[in-house]
Design a protein around this ligand. Structure first.
Ligand code: GDP
Length: 198
């Protein structure tokens, strides 16, 4: 897929106020600092469509971007950030939960995982929740430039194995990416283009 346009539409914390357009939607979510903003910017070839930030936990809203005038890319807040207060975490959970439960246009959620970190319970629990609630998702491993190819393979196999040992009967679709050296971009965009047509 060639990106011809990418525009910010709106930010809010209420799923009822999200855009009404009935176009396919793909959401990106993960722990703070996982590399989500960098990945989104790489995907759509923009330097700062999504705000990269040295201060994790800053983007606390549902951010809609319209891509090529025919699909939405949704940048969701990072989770698991210790400096967000307990009260904020609760509010966060409520509207993110509602987003996944109610947003009918959502075709696939991409859960981002930093390839340098051990599998984190917060990610595992989140994926389990998505699965239980019937939300289709795929995993995007980020920052692959930090590991050698062999180590990437081992990491991914171990990660998927861990998922299979819990509730999963089948490993979710996954992608290995690096925004630093721009890998995984075409594969991800092709995946989006193809499920778009279903
Ligand atoms: P977000 O909080 O998930 O949106 O993460 P950001 O995109 O702001 O990135 C968090 C940090 O990880 C920044 O210091 C980025 O420079 C770094 N980072 C993001 N993507 C990559 C990547 O592909 N490779 C490497 N080595 N660092 C990355």
């Amino acid at each position: 897929m060639k990106i011809t346009s990418a525009e910010f539409v709106m930010s809010n914390s209420d799923v009822a106020k999200c855009p009404k357009d009935r176009i396919p939607e793909y959401a990106f979510i993960g722990r703070s600092n996982v590399g989500k903003s960098s990945l989104i910017n790489m995907l759509v070839d923009r330097k700062s469509l999504a705000k990269t930030s040295g201060r994790p936990g800053k983007t606390q809203l549902i951010n809609h971007f319209k891509i090529n005038n025919n699909w939405f890319l949704v940048d969701l807040p990072g989770y698991g950030y210790a400096r967000v207060s307990k009260k904020d975490k609760k509010v966060f959970q409520k509207y993110i939960t509602e987003y996944f439960e109610k947003r009918e246009q959502l075709v696939c959620a991409f859960v981002l995982v930093d390839i340098r970190h051990e599998p984190q319970p917060v990610d595992m629990e989140f994926m389990e929740w998505l699965g239980t609630n019937g939300v289709p998702f795929a995993i995007i491993f980020t920052k692959a430039d930090k590991l050698k190819p062999r180590a990437i393979e081992n990491y991914v196999n171990t990660y998927l194995q861990r998922l299979l040992e819990t509730v999963w009967e089948e490993a979710p679709k996954h992608f290995v990416t690096s925004s630093a050296n721009r890998t995984g971009k075409e594969e991800l965009l092709n995946f989006i283009a193809n499920i778009n047509l279903d």
